[in-house]
Design a protein around this ligand. Structure first.
Ligand code: KE4
Length: 425
């Protein structure tokens, strides 16, 4: 009996779509979602005891690989002293100081329990600070499922062709303007018309939710100067890129400082942690000292922070990011080389430890170019690789991830499987 099929059929009875997050449902690639029960390092085992090499990393958090002994040990020892206090702890101070020290633009930070909470809160404080309602995002970018941000969103919303969700009142959505990513002219045009009305612009400084898209240098620099010129808050959503593309995130990589940054994923090491922070004058607007309310029962949870702090300590070791980028580049270069032997329109690229695979001749620079890639071929490739025990994201609109636990042997096994997959396409 196939345990994945059996569990999925049963899950459909009590969980909408059988999953607790839509992108897990294999909706755009077809087939039965894989139910996992164990993971170590770069490897996953499903309920049929089939082994896989993992390129999802739980959508980014597992940058050290799964079940890192020092992370597990930290969680176990903290858990013995209670799981939650709902009161300040020294560990929250340690996490705040670590983030302030490592993320160039953050002067003060507030911890929450997810990336969605982080972006939702950052937008509220930007609106409170500026007294303006209008926010700007970019088509295909995903910033979690807060109402204001489910407008032409990426990730699961894009995967299922509902970039703008039902249930979001028109009165909310009208305050969210969307622009094409990497379109500097459209950006200049909008600020010319509405700059003094714009509370904030939120952007993925490297996009991971319409597959991987890299910003043009001029686009990001123009965005930074337009926000400064018009008193609009620039929010870098680094929930995915934070501690993933470099130790200081995309803002360190590109040398561009936002006014606020949102974080998640890696800072929880696999447990629920999000954070938003930035300029002190903005963060001082937050309750209890300011008029912008934001709160959370489990914010700064001690067990979650134990996993996050253990992770953040380990990623600061020398050459961590050089090695991670080298391993990820070996994967993308090898996949491109393998595809050439069969004349497929295929490209791949990475930024640090995150990568994009595209069934298109060149790596896309925009939402429209991503949408033009061959999704049918991606779907077939995904399943051929899954059959070979290689687990890529079940969507053509998601970036993939390599961990510090991935080895040359993992990469070679993956490339051997890709040879077979490209041959079958
Ligand atoms: P969460 O609320 O899922 O912790 O974070 C939302 C979020 C915010 N900003 C960015 C840039 C993100 O990538 C995310 C979440 N990423 C998706 C994967 N593309 C999470 C996977 C899922 O939704 O199941």
């Amino acid at each position: 009996m196939d345990r994945n099929k059996d569990l999925f059929e049963k899950s459909l009875r009590t969980i909408p779509g059988g999953v607790n997050s839509p992108v897990r449902a294999f909706g755009s690639v077809g087939g039965t979602p894989i139910f996992f029960k164990k993971a170590r390092g770069s490897r996953l085992w499903d309920e049929n005891d089939k082994e896989y090499i993992d390129y999802i990393n739980s959508w980014g958090p597992m940058i050290l690989g799964h079940a890192h002994p020092q992370v597990i040990q930290a969680v176990q020892s903290v858990a013995e002293d209670s799981l939650s206090f709902g009161a300040p702890t020294a560990r929250e101070l340690e996490m705040a100081e670590t983030i302030v020290n490592l993320v160039p633009s953050i002067e003060q930070v507030r911890l929450v329990s997810s990336g969605t909470e982080a972006t939702m809160s950052a937008i509220r404080v930007a609106r409170g600070f500026t007294g303006r309602d209008t926010i700007v995002k970019f088509e295909g970018c995903y910033h979690g499922h807060a109402d204001a941000l489910l407008v032409k969103a990426g990730s699961g919303a894009l995967t299922f062709g509902q970039p703008s969700s039902a249930g979001v009142p028109e009165d909310f959505a009208k305050h969210t303007l969307t622009l094409p990513y990497n379109d500097t002219d459209a950006l200049v045009e909008l600020f010319k018309k509405m700059g003094t009305h714009i509370a904030c612009v939120i952007i993925e400084p490297v996009v991971g939710n319409m597959n991987l898209i890299i910003p043009h240098e001029e686009f990001l620099k123009t965005l930074r100067s337009l926000c400064s010129e018009h008193g609009s808050i620039l929010i870098f959503d680094e929930v995915m890129t934070g501690f993933r593309v470099s130790l200081g995130g995309a803002q360190e990589l590109f040398g561009i400082l936002p006014d606020m940054t949102t974080l998640g994923k890696v800072i929880g090491g696999g447990l629920p942690v999000g954070a938003f922070g930035g300029r002190k004058d903005i963060m001082q607007k937050l309750a209890p000292i300011g008029p912008v309310y934001q709160a959370g029962t489990l914010s700064g949870n001690p067990v979650a922070l134990a996993a996050g702090l253990a992770t953040l300590r380990l990623i600061q070791k020398e050459n961590f990011y050089e090695d991670l980028a080298k391993m990820t580049h070996a994967l993308v270069k090898g996949l491109e080389d393998a595809s050439k032997a069969f004349n497929h329109a295929f490209s791949a690229r990475n930024v640090g430890g995150m990568f994009g695979l595209y069934f298109s001749d060149k790596a896309p620079d925009s939402f429209d170019e991503v949408m033009a890639s061959d999704r049918e071929k991606f779907k077939q490739f995904f399943h051929h690789m899954l059959d070979e025990g290689i687990y890529f994201g079940p969507s053509a609109f998601e970036a993939g991830f390599v961990s510090a636990a991935h080895t040359q042997e993992d990469i070679q096994t993956t490339l051997n499987a890709a040879q077979k997959a490209f041959k079958k396409l």
